[in-house]
Design a protein around this ligand. Structure first.
Ligand SMILES: [Zn+2]
Length: 292
């Protein structure tokens, strides 16, 4: 079972390139802004958690967190405390990079190291044309991934969306007819649940996308997209059944649909993708450790 060969064709090029280590800046007594970045040893595909805190409670302006030309939205998470999420992906270059945090009239440059990671590779031999998706489905999925809504719905660890075994992990790279596909990586995790087995919401969220084969979801198949808030979204592909409609609010553990083989697939499976600010990140840390 594998995902569509054309999957990722419209991938966002040039993702945030970010890096490592609990980077607590040396702060003098006069400085008001502190920055902490977790995890301590991030690798390609990890989500970076940037927390900025003002020592001085009279400063209430929202800090800016940026990396190169990209700026991530920050959200208030406690008294004088703000958090931004920076996605990393297998397409990023490992090594040291600099995150810039500006707030309360100060700018901090935090150098962090993004560790390398080796992803498995697959060789795909195509005779003729792969299956194409429709503009309709790409446009709707692209718009969905860009959602950054102000409320935070998730809490703690994400659950496993299906009980089937994992058949394709996040980040797998591909060769097509012997040529390395430099923009391709598997943007999610495949669970080989049996046809009709339940797909559950791993975390609370709002149903922000429902797409069906009959409407033009030729590649993705029957699809659900959940908005978990603050730039975190997740997508469920190839479903045989959809139990929800757009606008519904779902709880963690709620059955939202069932595993199927709709769209461009070779057999029934669930493709689960997790996106942070539009980029496909490794869901494993969200499932195994959880983030607040
Ligand atoms: Zn997949």
């Amino acid at each position: 079972m594998s995902c569509p060969t054309t999957w990722g064709v419209r991938a966002i090029a040039g993702s945030l390139v970010v890096a490592s280590a609990i980077a607590l800046l040396a702060t003098s007594a006069a400085e008001a802004l502190q920055v902490k970045i977790t995890p301590s040893n991030p690798k390609l595909g990890d989500t970076l958690w940037v927390v900025a805190q003002y020592d001085n409670p009279t400063i209430s302006s929202t800090p800016q967190v940026s990396l190169g030309k990209q700026t991530a939205q920050t959200f208030l998470i406690g008294p004088n405390q703000f958090r931004a999420l920076l996605p990393t992906t297998p397409l990023d270059k490992p090594g040291t990079i600099t995150i810039q945090v500006t707030g309360g009239g100060e700018t901090k440059q935090v150098a962090v190291k993004l560790g390398n990671r080796t992803f498995p590779t697959q060789s795909i031999w195509l005779s003729g044309k792969g299956s194409d998706g429709t503009d309709y489905e790409f446009d709707r999925v692209d718009a969905f991934k860009k959602l950054v809504t102000p409320e935070k719905f998730w809490n703690g660890r994400f659950r496993r969306p299906n009980q089937g075994p994992i058949t394709s992990g996040y980040g797998i790279r591909r060769y097509y007819n012997g040529v390395f596909a430099k923009d391709y990586y598997h943007r999610g995790v495949d669970y080989a649940g049996s046809h009709g087995s339940p797909v559950i919401a791993p975390a609370p969220g709002r149903v922000a996308l429902v797409g069906r084969v009959a409407q033009g979801f030729k590649l993705h198949g029957n699809t659900i997209g959940l908005d978990h808030g603050q730039g975190v979204t997740s997508i469920y592909l190839h479903l045989s059944r959809i139990n929800v409609k757009e606008g519904d609010f779902v709880q963690a553990g709620q059955a939202i649909g069932a595993v199927g083989a709709t769209g461009a697939v070779t057999g029934p499976h669930l493709h689960w993708g997790l996106y942070v600010n539009g980029m496909s990140v490794d869901p494993a840390p969200w499932r195994d450790q959880g983030f607040e």
